[in-house]
Design a protein around this ligand. Structure first.
Ligand code: RB5
Length: 145
């Protein structure tokens, strides 16, 4: 299950990504907001990130204006590794090296065609493990998050 959330600045991409995930036959859960009215990204980002932290959802995709606010919110949650990605290469490496389980995106920074490739890459790329596993483990053991 993929958790989705945004604020007003990321609302349209959230709606577009829901359609994209439907086309890919990937189940998703929308943690809000329900409209594009002005709102605060932590209100929605925390809910979706919590779902990843508890294991209710395997991944989350969070969208705000830049992807930065959502990444800061998500990385406050235990077990979450969120990456703000503006390129396909960043999305691939976030999976291969960092085993990122949350993707954050900026609707004001990244065009929709690139977003489609970023989302597909993030969801289809495996963690490489090996030396990266030791490093990823330390993210959590050295912070207790
Ligand atoms: C909202 O205007 C904007 O600040 C927000 O979407 C986000 O970019 C924050 O990181």
């Amino acid at each position: 299950m993929i958790a989705l959330a945004s604020d007003h600045a990321g609302y349209q991409y959230k709606e577009n990504i829901k359609k994209l995930l439907d086309e890919l036959n990937l189940p998703h859960q929308d943690f809000g907001p329900p409209t594009n009215a002005s709102t605060d990204y932590p209100d929605w980002g925390h809910k979706a990130s919590q779902a990843v932290s508890t294991g209710e959802c395997e991944r989350a995709i969070l969208i705000c204006g830049t992807g930065i606010g959502m990444s800061i919110v998500a990385n406050k949650h235990k077990g979450v590794r969120a990456a703000a990605c503006e390129s396909v290469s960043a999305a691939r490496l976030a999976r291969q090296h960092n085993n990122a389980n949350v993707l954050t995106l900026g609707e004001r920074l990244t065009g929709w065609e690139v977003i489609v490739d970023i989302v597909k890459t993030f969801l289809s790329t495996s963690f490489e493990g090996g030396r990266h596993a030791t490093r990823v483990e330390k993210i959590h053991t050295l912070t207790n998050l």
